[in-house]
Design a binder for this molecule. Structure first.
Ligand code: KG4
Ligand code: ZN
Length: 339
């Protein structure tokens, strides 16, 4: 039997300070997340400078708590996995420095992890990943269709030309005067409304890519037109209209990717995967593809956390991927290609 691999994982790419202890990439011994959302809600969005300062304040406590809950010390782990990027540079630096410090002090290997690969591998907590696999990565910063022929072989076959889908949710939320982040609020309000406002579906030359900034502008123009005509805006109906258009545009591309590629499994990843309507759409539409398995991760695995960095870090560890002590945060780090 192979020896267990215990990883301490650290994530600080945006506005959550997180640390987890994960065994063999699958078993979560602890998963501590300190969210800064209340602070950023006051400003209507994440303020990078504020985010990095709060990470500095929280990181040691979050790491100690993750170790305490797992009942271990840093000396017991086989490596320190950390988010190297992408994300807010000041925020990333805090986690990277914490990881380097622990690795140096305890003579542990450092395992660099790309944040989006963490979102994809969060699905390993639910079931076994089966390749070739298609991942729909939908978060505040990214909208990506990733085809994986095997572990750690990330092939981006579709991406956004402008705003990420989560960003579009948050911007439309702001237009509708909803508190930050708009995504979960729009999700909730859309359930009370009907998609009666006709919004144009984003059109693109390359059908595999996404575009959401035009949709956000269309929502603004629609609201202005209603105002000019003295008509009242039904916020719930606008939420439903925006959401249906955005999610159908997402799904059209997934469908095309499933048609054009041999895929055994579809997985959802990222904060927007928490969306209740998207989850419904996937369940309904996958009935047409009985040969393709799919995983929709539980809500707790969708938004940023460190357990997912431990899951991806485990595969990286097995593949011998290591960072030196001079490793630095990389705000625009891409997913690694085939190793
Ligand atoms: O993955 P994540 O936690 O952070 C990034 O790496 O970006 O994703 C955050 C994004 C935000 O834009 C948030 O509005 C969106 O995920 N989000 C949602 C929902 N829950 C979170 N969007 C739509 N519906 C939701 N239920
Ligand atoms: Zn994320």
């Amino acid at each position: 039997m192979e020896k267990d691999v215990l990883l301490l994982a650290i994530e600080s790419s945006c506005d959550e300070t997180a640390c987890a202890v994960v065994r063999n990439g699958k078993e979560i011994l602890s998963n501590v997340v300190a969210s800064q959302i209340d602070v950023h809600t006051l400003y209507g969005g994440v303020v990078p400078e504020v985010a990095s300062r709060i990470h500095v304040e929280n990181i040691s406590v979050v790491i100690s708590e993750a170790l305490r809950q797992a009942g271990i010390s840093v000396a017991d782990v086989d490596g320190i996995a950390f988010t190297q990027g992408p994300g807010l540079i000041g925020s990333l630096h805090v986690g990277v420095l914490a990881a380097k410090t622990l690795a140096f002090a305890y003579h542990k290997p450092l395992i660099p992890v790309q944040h989006l690969t963490g979102h994809i591998y969060a699905n390993a907590f639910v079931g076994e990943l089966k390749f070739p696999l298609l991942a729909l990565v939908v978060s505040g910063g990214h909208t990506e269709l990733v085809l994986m022929k095997e572990d750690y072989d990330f092939n981006v076959i579709g991406t956004t030309m402008d705003d990420a889908v989560g960003e579009a949710y948050d911007k439309v939320g702001r237009v509708l005067n909803l508190p930050y982040p708009g995504g979960p609020k729009i999700d909730r309000l859309a359930r009370e409304g009907k998609p009666v406002y006709r919004l144009p579906k984003p059109k693109l030359e390359n059908e595999m890519n996404f575009s959401f900034s035009g949709l956000k502008s269309a929502v603004m123009q629609y609201i202005n037109r209603l105002e000019r005509n003295g008509e009242e805006l039904n916020v719930a109906d606008m939420c439903a209209s925006f959401q249906e258009t955005a999610l159908n545009s997402l799904w059209d591309r997934v469908e095309l990717a499933l048609k054009n590629n041999e895929v055994r499994q579809l997985v959802l990843a990222g904060g927007v995967a928490a969306n209740s309507r998207l989850r419904e759409i996937v369940e309904q539409r996958m009935k047409k593809h009985p040969d393709i398995e799919y995983i929709i991760p539980p809500l707790s695995c969708c938004t940023d956390n460190a357990a997912m960095i431990g899951a991806s870090g485990y595969i990286a560890y097995q593949k011998g991927i290591r960072a030196d002590y001079d490793v630095s945060a990389d705000a625009s780090l891409e997913m690694p290609g085939a190793y």
